[in-house]
Design a protein around this ligand. Structure first.
Ligand code: HEM
Length: 350
């Protein structure tokens, strides 16, 4: 049963809770209850996160199959021809490249849905939440334009690398959006000792450095875009791969320090669980990294490394988002699970 919370100032409606989400009633569709709205919001926010991770993989597939210039123009695949066409010379490359572009279109549609559902049903979450909900759409538009430049500039690695790096940032925004949407509505508080926040800041920075160095390693190697003759970064691949792995070790040290703080200090279960999952993910990703390095970069293992990179970005954001919460502190919540006796107040009034 949904429970009604206190009125939202100026909205003239009462947010209703169903499960972990509160949504505003939809006056245009009075038959759409809290359960249906919550389900739609959850599906849209999860779909957004999955798509933002998915494009990292389809983009990777373009590079791993050497399909970067499978379509020679943008947005049409070939001059005067929007969709790809099979020819014995081009093979499946245009289809892979065009599939990645189609994925961008899907991402754009889901990002618009994110804006619509949050604006219609979750504006009681405040302005910061709504701004965060706009990030996937803004980022996807930026990615589509940069993607066009990448094709026009013939896959210059100096541009392929930033093109890749925007995606993990969008994964971060999408993960935080999901965690915040599922949060309660009480006053904001730290869910872990303050020292955890001090360790988290350099940890997140180290995570980004790992990703940046990873893309530079790719830029020096055989999987940087096209199977033909393209400009590669003139950096020693072995040295940069070592720097990439060294950054991973720094990240691991910081993550272990964070875990010690979370497990020894009075931290909530949520950040502890997120940090443990991130540690396992990082360990697995590190093993995959070394395997691909020593095995001479087989495409299948490189693809697994990309899946790991997408999950790694989401994992870092998950840990960070769980360090702050609006859940009542343990022992102070007399409410039954799924119920919320606190008034739901608009962001500005908290
Ligand atoms: C948390 C651990 C790690 C993360 C998050 C990570 C992330 C990444 C990313 C984002 C890329 C670029 C992918 C692309 O541009 O397509 C990459 C490439 C690469 N990484 Fe890692 N990496 C990790 C650990 C390691 C380790 C321990 C090694 C061991 C040397 C390693 C070796 C490589 C190599 C060789 C490449 C280039 C692959 C290619 O040429 O396609 N990685 N990594």
């Amino acid at each position: 049963m949904p429970t009604a919370a206190a009125p939202v100032a100026g909205a003239g409606t009462r947010p209703e809770r169903h499960g972990r989400l509160t949504t505003l009633p939809e006056p245009r569709l009075p038959g759409l209850g809290a359960a249906a709205r919550s389900r739609i919001v959850a599906i849209v926010l999860w779909a957004n996160l999955v798509c933002q991770m998915g494009i990292i993989l389809t983009g990777g597939l373009v590079r791993l199959t050497g399909s970067g210039l499978g379509c020679s123009t943008w947005p049409s695949c070939e001059p005067g021809q929007f969709t790809p066409r099979y020819t014995p010379e081009s093979g499946i490359h245009p289809f892979i490249e065009f599939g990645n572009r189609t994925m961008t279109g899907l991402l754009g549609i889901v990002a618009v849905l994110v804006l619509i559902v949050t604006w219609r049903w979750m504006r009681h979450r405040g302005r910061a939440f709504l701004l965060l909900a706009a990030v996937p759409l803004i980022g996807t538009i930026a990615q589509a334009l940069i993607g066009a430049l990448v094709v026009i500039l013939h896959l210059h690695p100096g541009l392929v690398s930033p093109h890749f790096l925007i995606s993990p940032l969008l994964v971060v925004a999408s993960t935080v959006l999901l965690v915040r949407a599922m949060d309660e509505e009480g006053p904001r508080r730290l869910a872990a000792p303050r020292a955890a926040v001090w360790v988290y800041a350099p940890l997140a920075a180290a995570g980004f450095v790992v990703l940046v160095l990873g893309t530079i390693v790719t830029g020096t190697g055989p999987h940087s875009g096209d199977s033909g003759d393209i400009t590669r970064l003139l950096i020693n691949p072995v040295e940069i791969a070592r720097a990439h792995a060294a950054a991973v070790w720094v990240f691991c040290a910081l993550l272990v320090a964070l875990l010690v703080i979370l497990l020894k200090g009075r931290a909530d279960r949520a950040p502890r669980r997120a940090a443990i999952v991130l540690l396992l993910l990082t360990a697995l990703q590190g093993v995959i990294g070394y395997v691909q390095y020593f095995a001479g970069l087989p495409a299948a293992v490189v693809f697994l490394h990309l899946i790991g990179a997408a999950l790694f970005s989401g994992g870092i954001a998950w840990v960070g988002a769980e360090l702050v919460t609006r859940r009542p502190a343990a022992g102070t919540d007399p409410a039954a699970p799924g119920e919320h006796p606190e008034p739901v107040a608009p962001e500005g009034t908290r």
